[in-house]
Write a protein that binds this ligand. Structure first.
Ligand code: FAD
Length: 407
């Protein structure tokens, strides 16, 4: 590697460290890098959005409990704090022979070391008509559609509204509860129907039985119609605006909108460029967070699978990887040995129920819902976001359409 460290006030830039995606690990990495930068490194962040959503507060934003700014990290300011160059563009491939990132608009970007934290999107490509649904990710597009729906509901409170949510994992269940919580403040409960479709026989596989049962009970008590054992195999538009959700069993339900919150998937370019992946197309990494096939490339968060320690695709794991990632990136720049990182097996998940309460879930244990668990979750999430206070939105920054909380 051609790195030269200099302590002169005019460092010779000789090393290109490129980060793709402003996900949770990269946000932490940028924050830590900014407090302890390495001279002589040209740090570049390629991101397709200037506002990185914090997953822990996103369901609460949907419920109307948080403002847009409270649950988004402003990447241009964070990059500035870290001394990183920001490229607002979408990576669409890697040229691994020449160590370059290929972007949608910009010329190829060379790297000596690369880190990828681009998250995942719900798997939909194989379902005919999936384009008529609203995927939960990418988040900016999801929020655009959500704001539109809120506006429609606000303007037509007397019109009945029927919504489908496809996917009964933690994301789908949390979304159902929080969507309902917000819409109940805009339209009378009798005018709102929510359908939750799930392929499995039980919601939220992977969580403890008490947690699953409590959440299922809450959904039923709130009138959400749960369709278990139903595999959605087609979506079609219907004439009077809306979609028909069709299941393998023959069940069809017509909804005004359908949200898509199924299993996480990776963009095809990740495997097509030659990186070694797991059987679902996620980048295979070892305990140092380096690609198993290309050690100059690191990957974290949803897009990576630690092959020796696979974990669910959840923001909490991406957050925890931020610190070991930045340590290893700096060690790799300096040619020092890298540290092993082993993720915790059972992390505490706090699941908001959309009514100012939360349920705790860890391994085989579950508790709640209670108001004090929500207060604890709120405190933890706000403390996380406070780490990025120096990267808050400034008046000269163009503002996106934020919707409004508690409307
Ligand atoms: C509805 C829903 C609710 C959820 N709730 C929770 C929760 O409460 N707690 C929890 O822990 N997890 C939750 N999750 C899961 C969580 O969202 C993800 O696990 C987490 O966001 C992964 O973090 P990440 O750092 O891997 O990527 P992300 O947070 O997804 O960030 C990736 C970033 O990279 C950008 N990007 C993507 N592709 C490119 C590209 N090609 N070029 C440049 N930039 C790119 C994206 O715009 C994004 O800003 C939820 C998921 C869903 C769908």
């Amino acid at each position: 590697m051609k790195h030269t460290i200099t302590h002169s006030p005019f460092p010779i830039i000789s090393f290109n460290l490129v980060l793709i995606g402003g996900g949770h690990s990269h946000a932490i990495a940028l924050e830590l890098w900014g407090s302890n930068p390495l001279p002589g490194v040209r740090l570049v962040l390629i991101t397709d959005t200037p506002h990185a959503p914090y997953s822990g507060m996103l369901p609460g934003y949907v419920a109307g409990f948080y403002t847009f700014d409270e649950c988004h990290i402003h990447l241009p300011n964070l990059a500035k704090f870290a001394g990183a160059e920001l490229i607002l563009d979408r990576a669409i491939g890697l040229d691994l022979e020449n160590n370059r990132v290929l972007c949608a608009k910009s010329p190829p970007i060379p790297f000596d070391l690369l880190s990828i934290d681009i998250g995942s999107t719900p798997q939909a490509s194989h379902i005919p008509g999936a384009e008529y649904t609203i995927p939960a990710k990418p988040v900016p597009q999801f929020l655009d559609r959500w704001h539109e729906l809120l506006e429609t509901a606000r303007q037509n409170p007397d019109r009945s509204l029927s919504l489908g949510i496809v996917g009964g994992g933690a994301g789908g269940v949390e979304l159902a509860l929080n969507i309902q919580s917000h819409l109940h403040r805009l339209v009378p409960p009798q005018n709102l129907a929510l359908h939750l479709f799930h392929r499995g026989g039980e919601l939220m596989e992977g969580h403890a039985a008490p947690v699953r049962l409590r959440l299922q009970r809450i959904l039923v008590e709130r009138g959400v119609r749960i369709h278990l054992g139903e595999t959605v195999n087609g979506i079609s538009p219907v004439e009077a605006a809306g979609v028909r959700v069709a299941c393998e069993s023959g069940l069809t339900v017509t909804c005004d909108r359908a949200f898509w919150v199924t299993q996480a998937s990776a963009p095809p370019w990740v495997s097509e460029c030659g990186l070694s992946t797991d059987d679902r197309g996620f980048i295979a990494v070892g305990e140092t967070l380096q690609s198993l096939s290309h050690p100059r490339i690191f990957a974290t968060g949803d897009i990576a699978t630690m092959v020796a320690h696979p974990r669910p695709k959840a923001g909490v794991f991406a957050v925890r990887q931020g610190k070991p990632l930045v340590k290893n990136l700096q060690a790799a720049v300096l040619g020092k040995p890298l540290q092993r990182y082993i993720p915790q097996k059972n992390l505490l998940a706090l699941i908001g129920t959309g009514d100012g309460k939360a349920i705790a879930s860890r391994g085989n244990w579950g508790f709640g819902p209670t108001g004090w668990l929500w207060c604890g979750k709120d405190r933890i999430d706000r403390a996380f976001m406070a780490r990025f206070d120096h990267a808050k939105i400034t008046p000269e920054t163009p503002e996106p359409d934020r919707g409004s909380p508690n409307s």
